[in-house]
Design a protein around this ligand. Structure first.
Ligand SMILES: Cc1cc2nc3c(=O)[nH]c(=O)nc-3n(C[C@H](O)[C@H](O)[C@H](O)COP(=O)(O)OP(=O)(O)OC[C@H]3O[C@@H](n4cnc5c(N)ncnc54)[C@H](O)[C@@H]3O)c2cc1C
Length: 319
């Protein structure tokens, strides 16, 4: 039986996504338990250069013009053949729009068990995964002889999945991709935004806890006092209280500030996956069980309406 751990590398516009490095870090521990190798699976076109800093024992590279950009159809076809043939112990996908799409369909088509929102693996092979939107952690043993896992960020740092040494790359024969139902016709860059939150060093990010549009001024005043910028979770953007360009998360931008202050944000997986690159996360949330505290270096259960105005005043006074 093959004990290797496959990691499906996600990349967009020539950049490997952070979740890929998180998965490689997770795979290293899992491979020690299973006794196999960490194998990065890279699908693309003229993309073998992306393998450079992947921390793995080997890269399996499959090149085809129709793999230049992700389509579920093409990925499914390629991975169906590869996983079916090699039968690794586990295959890790990002719990992202890409990974969740492909993994769930492959699970059904290959009749393989799947763990959703996996977070960590222990030295005895046990996994933890998030359920109920990250409010509850579940634990279990890996089922089956081959299991598919979609991984959320937060359990490992992306740097742990990076290496200065180039891994060995094994190019597999170009897959046959016929009769694809979906092909990418054009990639449309999003419009240039008012502010690029992915480049800002200090973000004051507001969530549903802010309650009303008028209350956003509380965060804006703090941001002004500190020299930062206001960003938000999805409920705030969906309400139209801030422009889409300020959305942090799966449907918005990934951010890497020096300080990310989460104000009234619970820490749902779709939000958290985009903030793991932050140097320091600080959370203000009245609910001590909010998942954001799993990630935050500092946190308080103070009411934001009590704390934030006082904080702003103290900073102004100190200036
Ligand atoms: C496909 C998909 C994509 C998504 N993409 C994104 C995305 O890109 N970004 C994103 O953010 N979400 C996204 N979501 C939504 C995500 O699942 C969550 O619903 C969302 O992140 C929750 O936002 P929140 O934390 O602001 O709200 P909630 O989960 O409602 O949390 C509000 C928090 O505020 C706290 N609070 C309330 N009052 C106070 C107070 N007075 N003081 C302090 N704390 C207080 C509460 O304790 C609570 O923890 C996506 C969902 C799906 C299904």
């Amino acid at each position: 039986m093959n004990q290797d751990i496959f990691v499906i590398i996600e990349h967009l516009r020539g950049q490997v996504a952070d979740i890929s490095f998180v998965m490689l870090a997770a795979a290293r521990g899992l491979a020690q338990w299973s006794g196999g190798k960490v194998i990065a699976v890279l699908l693309g076109h003229n993309a073998d250069g992306l393998s450079g800093n992947l921390n793995c024992d080997q890269v399996l590279y499959l090149d085809h013009p129709l793999l230049a950009d992700f389509t579920s159809d093409a990925y499914q076809k390629v991975l169906f053949g590869l996983i079916g043939e090699k039968q690794p112990r586990a295959v890790l996908f990002g719990h992202t729009t890409i990974g969740a799409d492909v993994a769930s369909i492959l699970s059904a088509r290959l009749d393989l068990p799947m763990i959703s929102s996996g977070r960590t693996f222990a030295s005895d092979g046990k996994f933890t995964c998030q359920i109920c939107g990250g409010k509850i952690m579940a634990e279990g043993e890996l089922p089956g002889s081959t299991v598919l896992v979609t991984m959320v960020p937060g359990g490992y740092k992306p740097e742990q999945g990076q290496s200065a040494q180039n891994p060995q790359v094994l190019s597999l024969p170009a897959p046959i991709l016929e009769d694809l139902k979906v092909v990418l016709k054009q990639y449309i860059e999003p419009e240039v935004a008012d502010i690029d939150i992915s480049r800002e060093p200090l973000l004051i990010s507001v969530g549903r806890g802010i309650q009303t549009q008028d209350n956003i001024s509380i965060a804006e005043e703090l941001a002004e006092a500190l020299g930062g910028v206001v960003s938000a979770s999805r409920p705030v953007i969906d309400q139209g209280w801030l422009p889409t360009s300020r959305l942090v998360g799966k449907s918005g931008k990934a951010v890497k500030p020096k300080v990310y202050l989460a104000v009234g944000i619970s820490g749902a997986p779709e939000h958290v996956e985009a903030i793991t690159g932050s140097e320091t996360i600080i959370a203000i949330n009245t609910d001590i069980n909010a998942p954001i505290f799993n990630l935050a270096k500092y946190g308080t259960t103070a009411d934001l309406f009590d704390l934030v105005p006082v904080l702003t005043q103290k900073i102004r006074d100190a200036k």
